[in-house]
Design a protein around this ligand. Structure first.
Ligand code: CP
Ligand code: NVA
Length: 318
């Protein structure tokens, strides 16, 4: 892996690698990781790699989680390691201990920090002070581990990433930002349909353009989904949002719900979950034979197994 955010250097030549967003991986690393993840996904056996034997990963979560927590715990176990879960309110952070102190202590006990944080800057601080890999398990800004599973799922649906077409319908949120980077890096032709006030920010569009093609931006869901291999949506109100009523009204009146009439007959439906039936998607679409959401959720496990194997193999100093 190259080009990752660099943490404190303890004197070894190799910098510690972190995954704070998708563009911490270069295109070759991303492809290799997805190939390895696909191989894990095809096999019903535990992965042959025991890269984490004798190693421990701490899951430091400031917010609730179902999929991310369990898929990481399973990935670590399958690689022979063990996990420590620290949930919301369970550490001295809740009593005001500085994050940088927490980072340095956790790095002394464990071999990687997987963190779900309310503020992306917390990840940057963890990565600055911890001399072990830090993995973003969701922040207000990004969800790169979700994107790894998403790309794996798009590849399963379309056969190839390069030239596949994807539509994002809804909020230009953390999941959308990382997905836009992942699509740009792998040649997926992405169109993003959001209300004007909830679109992707310019910095994300610029970063996507630096990786490949920036997504096409529209405010019309019908335009976005036309010809798409996959149609992807997420919550209208994310965990970091406080403007719930305004958001629900904006997205509903703007026609951003993915229902049976919006989803093209030959398109697959994707959602990172949890889904809010009756809001961004209908129950009928989630439960339809066009829905790949369960496969997408399972792919979290395979993608993160491949990610941890590589990240900790690269951090072979310990
Ligand atoms: N998709 C996702 O990250 O789900 P959780 O919030 O359940 O981890
Ligand atoms: N955008 C959602 C994703 C949850 C997995 C949120 O941040 O709450």
């Amino acid at each position: 892996m190259t080009a990752a955010t660099e943490g404190q250097d303890d004197g070894d030549d190799a910098p510690v690698r972190h995954l704070l967003d998708v563009d911490d991986l270069d295109a070759d690393e991303l492809t290799a990781l997805l190939d390895a993840a696909a191989a894990f996904g095809r096999s019903r056996d535990p992965p042959p790699s025991r890269a984490l034997v004798g190693r421990s990963v701490v899951l430091l979560f400031e917010q609730p989680s179902t999929r991310t927590r369990v898929s990481f715990e399973r990935a670590v176990t399958d690689l022979g390691g063990d996990t420590v879960f620290m949930g919301p309110g369970e550490t001295q952070l809740s009593r005001g201990e500085p994050l940088r102190d927490t980072a340095r202590c956790l790095a002394g006990y464990t071999d990687a920090i997987v963190a779900r944080v309310e503020d992306h800057e917390s990840l940057t601080e963890l990565a600055t002070y911890a001399d072990v890999p830090v993995v973003n398990a969701l922040s207000d800004r990004a969800h790169p581990c979700q994107t790894l599973a998403d790309l794996l799922t798009v590849r399963e649906v379309a056969g190839d990433l390069d030239g596949a077409t994807a539509a994002w319908v809804g909020d230009g949120n953390n999941v959308a930002r990382s997905f836009a980077l992942g699509c740009a890096a792998t040649g997926v032709d992405l169109t993003v349909a959001t209300p004007p006030e909830h679109g992707l920010d310019d910095a994300t569009l610029d970063r996507a353009a630096a990786l490949g093609d920036a997504p096409t931006v529209t405010h019309d869901p019908e335009t976005a989904v036309a010809g798409a291999d996959v149609v992807y949506t997420d919550a209208w109100v994310s965990m970091n949002h406080s403007d719930r009523a305004e958001r629900l009204a904006t997205f509903e009146t703007g026609g951003f719900q993915v229902d049976a009439s919006l989803l093209p007959a030959d398109a697959a439906f994707m959602h990172c979950l949890p889904a809010h039936r009756g809001a961004e998607v209908t129950d009928a679409v989630v439960e339809s034979d066009r829905s790949v959401v369960w496969r997408q959720a399972e792919n979290r496990r395979h993608a993160q197994t491949a990610l941890l194997e590589r990240l900790l193999a690269a951090d072979a100093r310990r």
